[in-house]
Design a protein. Structure first.
Length: 493
């Protein structure tokens, strides 16, 4: 290679070398950090506006695996709360997270219920509630089958937790800690406590570590318009959800009057950044600790950081992941910013690695990459956690989908997590299993027909396997990658 060509291509050569290292040493280096969640949590909520913010924070961070979300009576009724929770999960593509509603227990309806009813969590009109969504059953099942220590996150009253512990007393051993927002535990007072004082006594009588988080040490704990604007400026679906939900005249008036404070949304920040809180242990023998938010300035900064975590790509070898145009082929460069804007940095990373592994920019490889990432999104999980059965066979071009499935999920042949069904018909379809639940994703016929039509046209124009044909396929793959949203192109069953 001539010296001037070497320096011209040096960035690309360095990038290629890094990719080689990624595949050769990635399996070894991955032991440094598994990429799996640090906390395995059950969330119980009464669906207040601050609960919406807390749930968005929990979902935004990969450090939390949400085992289930249940609703209790409080700011909203359990049934209406369940509708709102399901609608927000569906809007994020996390509809695989189990949900359940508890019983109605309040004799007096809170005066702020009407305002919270009007807060939109998602497309609530499309949510169907059927029988069999029992919160207590879901809590008990989730605890029974979970292998990791569980944190019970309580954003409202303790009704559902108390009922679960009463129904099956020994299950408390599966709960590592209860994290609960309440103003005080010594003396005992606070809105979440007042929703069900009998439940509080039941939970307090059982030897489980309980940490009650409060904002009582903050002079001005108000959730301000300025902070809401900071959230709205972030490039994050979770931040945008918070901003959109607060665009309600009643909510805006309450913010202006300094009614809304940082309440339940302090919990995810505490778990990730406990150094910003002050711990005051009360009577160690009763297993209860008061946690008071202290450093509000840095809590706000970390709050925003959590919401934008999805913009920070985690790799095993790279620090982040390359997206500088000069590192990529000339025909790829015009697509980079659009792909990242439309689908996020994680899909960009997965797509690049898939095609490097695959050996060329392939249409079905991209489909597999999008499908695997969509499945992880459905369950709200990281890599190496999911079993895959592919129905794409072992004959190209459809079988090329298998490469994308492996890269996007970490469910590789080496990990023993992927099986290719030998039985026809072979389809752009795969089944994904995670914790006793299996869901199938299949490329919709509309999109599959477009692929088959475009490939047929390419064969007619250039002949099969000619140089011009592969250039044509490469261009199609880039177009599909850019234009097709993984939330739209798959049928879920």
């Amino acid at each position: 290679m001539k010296k001037d060509n070497f320096f011209k291509n040096k960035p690309r050569l360095i990038f290629t070398a890094f990719l080689v290292l990624l595949f050769v040493f990635g399996g070894i280096l991955s032991f440094a950090h598994s990429g799996k969640a640090q906390f395995h949590i059950l969330i119980d909520t009464d669906a207040a506006l601050d609960d919406l913010r807390a749930i968005c924070l929990f979902l935004a961070s990969p450090e939390f695996e949400v085992l289930a979300i249940t609703t209790s009576d409080g700011v909203l009724s359990p049934k209406l709360g369940l509708i709102k929770v399901r609608s927000i999960l569906e809007s994020f593509g996390h509809e695989g997270i189990p949900t359940g509603a508890g019983p109605e227990t309040l004799e007096q309806i809170p005066p702020w219920r009407d305002l919270n009813k009007k807060v939109r969590w998602g497309e609530e009109e499309t949510v169907e509630i059927t029988e069999g969504n029992n919160a207590v059953d879901l809590i008990l099942t989730s605890l029974e089958f979970e292998e990791e220590p569980v944190l019970f996150i309580c954003l409202g009253g303790l009704t559902n937790l108390a009922a679960a512990l009463t129904e099956k007393p020994g299950i408390h051993e599966k709960i590592e800690r209860i994290i609960w927002y309440n103003d005080s535990i010594d003396p005992l007072f606070g809105t979440n406590c007042e929703f069900d004082t009998n439940a509080v006594q039941t939970v307090f009588s059982i030897p489980i570590l309980l940490e009650a988080v409060s904002n009582s040490k903050i002079d001005n704990p108000f959730f301000s318009q300025e902070f809401l604007q900071s959230i709205g400026s972030l490039n994050s679906p979770y931040a945008k959800k918070i901003a959109a939900s607060h665009k309600n005249n009643g909510v805006i008036q309450q913010i202006k009057s300094e009614h809304f404070e940082f309440w339940d949304d302090l919990l995810p920040v505490y778990l990730l950044f406990p150094e910003l809180y002050v711990t005051q242990t009360k009577k160690k023998e009763n297993h209860r600790t008061m946690i008071q938010a202290h450093d509000l300035k840095n809590i706000k900064a970390k709050y925003l950081e959590i919401l934008t975590h999805q913009n920070q790509v985690k790799s095993k070898v790279f620090d982040g992941f390359p997206d500088s145009p000069e590192l990529f082929s000339d025909d790829v460069q015009p697509y980079i910013n659009g792909i990242i804007k439309n689908h996020g940095k994680e899909e960009w990373r997965i797509g690049v690695l898939t095609n490097e592994l695959h050996g060329h920019l392939g249409i079905y490889a991209i489909i597999g990459a999008k499908m695997g990432l969509r499945a992880r999104q459905y369950f709200h999980i990281g890599v190496d956690d999911i079993l895959i059965t592919s129905y794409a066979g072992k004959t190209p071009p459809i079988s090329c989908m298998n490469d994308g499935l492996q890269v996007s999920t970490g469910g590789t042949v080496g990990h023993g997590l992927i099986t290719v069904s030998p039985n026809p018909p072979f389809l752009p379809k795969a089944a994904f299993s995670f914790k006793r639940k299996t869901v199938s994703f299949r490329l919709k016929d509309r999109y599959w027909n477009i692929i088959k039509r475009d490939i047929k046209k390419g064969i007619q124009l250039y002949g099969l396997n000619t140089e011009d044909y592969w250039k044509y396929v490469r261009k199609l793959a880039l177009d599909y990658w850019l234009e097709w949203n993984r939330m739209d192109i798959f049928a879920v069953s």
